[in-house]
Design a protein around this ligand. Structure first.
Ligand SMILES: [Zn+2]
Length: 344
């Protein structure tokens, strides 16, 4: 198990970045990976704070999160040999930093500027252009510094996406249980409980997960970090990613200009909960309460794209046993499922 050593969540926590790196024993040199925007939002602050304490800081800005970006960052790491890599940004920049630092076994610190998905604290990374359309093992962040003051300034839609990614754990854990029952797959009760607890906490606190409510954002961030930790404990994305994520990955393929990850996973959870004979209405109602999309219209995709993604979902990840392995859906079944749940 590779677990984060520090998780700092709260207003102004970015100010403690130098102190945290010093405590962890990495105050000589650092490489900051950020996007052009996130550099201005938080990257520059991190750079200034570290330099003030005498750390040699290099910065590398990436526009996108593709294999090419990862390779460019890897080259940078190879030549600069920083003690530590900091990923400052939304999900994608963190993915690039995580993935490239893992290759050179340089520890990595996550400084999220949005709360859009659980990759901010997980050991997995998802990069466009990889062989697989889903996340692969990289390394867990050594520390996560989540400043609510910065994250609250991001468009609210990012937080909604984070909520969808969390609610998706209800169906993900159910799929994992199914794999244990049907395939005798390893099932980690502790990791599963942790992921499930995050989903329950966000559901119970749906009323306060609202813009400008710091307590609500904190609940969401703690849930995202707990989910990241649950994947570290499980050694895979199993507790956090089941058939609903496969639906989301399929929609990524069907619609290249697709909605945010968590928005898709939330709708996926409504659909898969129905297949699992679970309480899909409760999942839908919770998403509604959180202000998250629950159907094709709200998601901003065509009805036939939903059906196409449903048809494809079962083939996205053949190694993972889920409700979609158990029930192969033809086009009529896909349409029926999408209509029954009100998704189309
Ligand atoms: Zn996810």
């Amino acid at each position: 198990m590779q677990l984060p050593r520090e998780g700092v969540v709260g207003n102004g926590t970015i100010e403690s970045v130098a102190e945290i790196l010093h405590r962890l024993g990495f105050s000589k040199s650092a490489l900051i990976i950020a996007g052009p925007k996130t550099y201005l939002i938080a990257g520059k602050t991190v750079k200034d704070l570290l330099e003030k304490e005498g750390t040699e800081v290099n910065t590398f800005l990436v526009e996108t999160a593709t294999v090419k970006d990862v390779q460019a960052v890897e080259k940078k790491i190879e030549s600069l040999k920083p003690q530590i890599v900091l990923g400052v940004g939304g999900g994608t920049k963190i993915d690039v930093a995580k993935c490239s630092s893992a290759r050179y076994e340089v520890p990595f610190v996550s400084v999220p500027t949005t709360a859009s998905h659980d990759g901010i604290a997980s050991p997995l990374s998802s990069v466009k252009g990889f062989e697989k359309p889903y996340s692969v093992m990289a390394q867990a962040p050594l520390a996560i510094i989540a400043d609510t003051n910065i994250i609250m300034q991001a468009p609210w839609d990012f937080a909604i996406s984070g909520c969808g990614d969390i609610i998706a754990k209800f169906t993900a854990v159910k799929d994992w249980k199914l794999a244990r029952e049907e395939k005798n797959e390893y099932y980690g009760g502790y990791a599963a409980s942790l992921a499930l607890m995050s989903a329950k906490l966000v559901s119970q606190n749906a009323e306060i997960v609202k813009p400008d409510n710091e307590e609500g954002i904190r609940v969401l961030l703690e849930a995202l970090i707990s989910c990241g930790v649950s994947m570290s404990i499980a050694g895979s994305s199993r507790p956090c990613s089941g058939s609903e994520h496969m639906f989301s990955h399929a929609l990524d393929i069907v619609r290249p200009n697709h909605p945010m990850h968590g928005h898709q996973c939330g709708v996926g959870a409504v659909l898969m909960a129905c297949l699992q004979r679970a309480n899909w209405r409760r999942i839908r109602d919770t998403l509604r309460k959180l202000g998250a999309p629950t159907n094709a219209d709200e998601l901003g995709v065509e009805k036939d794209e939903i059906v196409e993604a449903l048809m494809m979902a079962g083939t996205v990840r053949p190694d993972r046993y889920t409700i979609l392995t158990e029930q192969t859906l033809n086009i009529e079944a896909c349409e029926k499922l999408a209509k029954t749940t009100g998704v189309i």
